[in-house]
Design a protein around this ligand. Structure first.
Ligand SMILES: Nc1ncnc2c1ncn2[C@@H]1O[C@H](COP(=O)(O)OP(=O)(O)OP(=O)(O)O)[C@@H](O)[C@H]1O
Ligand SMILES: [Mg+2]
Length: 220
């Protein structure tokens, strides 16, 4: 546990429901008066959001290593500018993707060396590590249908099914290697079902000061 707050991340393939579920847990924690903030990767800071724009610009092809280093650049900025100061003052931080995404996408997905990714993590990310991670797991078809229902353009259009299958399996491998931190969530259910599962896990895991009863249910 990092200080009094906690560092919570949401992971999963594009369209698995990370942002939706992060927002719901965020609202739940706010309603219980937990000192919580939310952020995202890449992004979350001004330089980080500019890096995010660069990464999502499909006008040019980027070398996989260029992409990798941009993700780390955004991460370092987020850690120093936001995550470390927030945890130091007891805030709980909810983050939409973090380092696991780099392992899943750049290493398992793109085939970059795991050693290189681990070396960069040791140099620039550790000892910052999520206290709990919700891995929203669903098949490619489910995520793709959700994305097309929302009709927005993302990398899902430019990458094939095999890529996302590798990323999904990569995430599951990471989860298997760190079962105490990573909760694999079946993301195929309804938004409400998935939220209930995450909420129940969070409140059975979290220390009491991070899981007060909702205001209406308190005795005070
Ligand atoms: N459990 C669910 N059932 C049905 N639709 C869902 C569910 N969860 C999310 N959605 C919808 O699917 C779409 C993608 O969800 P969301 O944006 O939360 O995914 P994401 O993992 O954050 O995607 P990205 O990686 O692109 O940011 C949204 O339109 C959302 O409303
Ligand atoms: Mg999202």
């Amino acid at each position: 546990m990092n200080g009094k707050g906690a560092f919570i991340t949401f992971e999963g393939i594009d369209g698995s429901g990370k942002t939706t579920q992060l927002e719901l847990l965020y609202k739940e924690l706010l309603s219980r008066k937990v000192d919580v903030i939310k952020t995202r990767e890449p992004g979350g800071t001004i330089p980080g959001e500019r890096i995010r724009n660069l990464l999502s610009d499909k006008q040019f092809n980027m070398e996989p290593v260029t992409e990798l280093l941009l993700f780390f650049s955004s991460r370092v900025q987020l850690i120093e500018e936001l995550i470390k100061p927030a945890l130091k003052t007891g805030k709980t931080v909810l983050c939409d993707r973090f380092h696991d995404a780099t392992v899943a996408y750049q290493s398992y997905g793109r085939g970059l060396s795991m050693d290189m990714v681990t070396t960069l993590e040791k140099a620039f990310v550790l000892p910052v590590k999520p206290d709990r991670t919700f891995l929203l797991d669903c098949p490619y078809e489910v995520a793709k249908n959700r994305m097309s229902a929302r009709n927005y353009k993302t990398r899902i259009e430019t990458m094939d099914r095999a890529f996302f299958d590798r990323v999904r399996q990569g995430y599951l491998n990471i989860a298997k290697s760190e079962p105490d931190r990573i909760v694999v969530v079946d993301a195929t259910g309804t938004i409400e079902d998935v939220h209930r599962y995450i909420k129940d896990d969070f409140f059975s895991w979290a220390p009491p000061h991070l899981s007060p009863l909702p205001l209406g249910e308190r005795e005070e």
